[in-house]
Design a protein around this ligand. Structure first.
Ligand code: SF4
Ligand code: SF4
Length: 196
């Protein structure tokens, strides 16, 4: 059974892996406590070394564990410092690949893209019902049969995805008050109508 790139408290580190000189999460991740946007270097990072405020770093940093460190399904080529991408599990059902703005299209090529499609096509094996690529707030849903550019996704929005029949899948961005969301939360499925 696959391990998952959950946070550092719940998933062991894959043998032989360590951050080393990588600090990419300190650039690509948004850090709410610091008011740091995704894609900006944290002012506390020591490039190639680590965190200058390690003992007092924000909770979202201390709880963070990237997929390359914690998920053996992410091969060595996903080393963030080289791949320029950081894999993160969200809500235990969604996998988000955060891409460095300096290389926004790197995910579209092998060996990365085939991995993304494999993970999206096998939710039972890999454990993720949704696979997303994020370049800042710009999101792309990696669906089993296609990819869908979702544009700039607001912080309070919810991304819904699922099958629409005939082997096709779709995704859309809804507001936090969308009346169908409650149905999804209690285990029902979202009824896809027209794209908003
Ligand atoms: S992106 Fe992953 S490997 Fe790189 S510094 Fe952050 S936690 Fe470590
Ligand atoms: S506070 Fe430290 S660990 Fe957190 S983003 Fe900044 S440099 Fe990285």
């Amino acid at each position: 059974m696959s391990t998952r790139p959950d946070n550092a408290e719940t998933a062991p580190i894959v043998a032989g892996r360590a951050c080393g000189s990588c600090t990419l999460c300190c650039k690509v991740m948004e850090i709410g406590e610091l008011g740091k946007a995704a894609g900006q270097w944290c002012p506390h990072v020591l490039t190639g070394k680590g965190c200058s405020i390690y003992a007092g770093r924000p909770n979202s940093c201390s709880a963070f564990g990237c997929g390359w460190l914690h998920w053996k399904e992410a091969g060595d080529h996903w080393l963030p410092a080289k791949a320029k991408m950081v894999i993160v599990a969200q809500d235990r059902t969604r996998l988000v690949v955060h891409v460095d703005r300096a290389t926004p299209n790197v995910w579209k090529a092998a060996p990365f893209y085939p991995d993304l499609k494999r993970w999206a096509r096998n939710p039972a094996r890999y454990g993720f019902r949704q696979v997303l690529v994020a370049v800042g707030r710009r999101m792309t849903a990696i669906l089993p049969d296609s990819d869908m550019d979702l544009g700039e996704v607001p912080h309070d929005a919810v991304i819904i995805s699922g099958p629409v029949g005939g082997g096709r899948h779709t995704a859309l961005v809804v507001g936090p008050d969308d009346p169908q969301l409650e149905k999804v939360r209690v285990g029902g499925s979202y009824t896809f109508t027209e794209r908003r």
